[in-house]
Design a protein around this ligand. Structure first.
Ligand SMILES: [Zn+2]
Length: 152
């Protein structure tokens, strides 16, 4: 019998970095947790931002670079039924771009439909090529090896 996992480290929906540690709360008499946590390991389990993204969302809008052509068709369309929609998350192909833009700058650059979404949800998926064209992120190949550049 495969034993269930007592602990899992989830990832943040926005930055995809390790986020929260989940611990099993309830145990059965044999010492196994009631709920197996292994499916949550390394996964995005909800759309709550990690502390860092929460902080960024207070300062501006998080822009996440995607590649529409590599994404599943319909990635942006919520399912029809309420029960399916409850745990649904848009899941485009992520191209790795990540930036935070002040509200004023965002509103100067983007039209009303985008503003409506972004100001409400504090993030937006965006074609990575467009992010490069607009100068939001450097072209590929100019990245300094990734990681946290803000601390440098
Ligand atoms: Zn995050």
């Amino acid at each position: 019998m495969v034993s269930k996992s007592h602990v899992a480290l989830t990832r943040c929906f926005y930055c995809m970095k390790p986020d929260r540690i989940l611990l099993a709360k309830r145990y059965m008499a044999n010492g196994e947790p009631v709920h197996d946590l292994s499916p949550a390991q390394d996964k995005v389990i909800d759309m709550d931002p990690c502390n860092k993204c929460q902080d960024w969302m207070e300062k501006g809008i998080i822009l996440i670079g995607i590649d529409e052509a590599k994404s599943d068709p319909g990635w942006n369309e919520p399912p029809n039924t309420n029960s399916e929609r409850e745990n649904w998350m848009p899941n485009p192909w992520r191209a790795g771009g990540f930036a935070v833009m002040k509200d004023e700058a965002f509103c100067r650059l983007f039209g009303k439909e985008f503003q409506k979404f972004a100001l409400k949800y504090r993030y937006m998926f965006m074609e990575q090529k467009a992010m490069v064209l607009l100068g939001i992120i450097p072209p590929e190949g100019e990245k300094d090896g990734g990681g946290d550049s803000e601390s440098r």
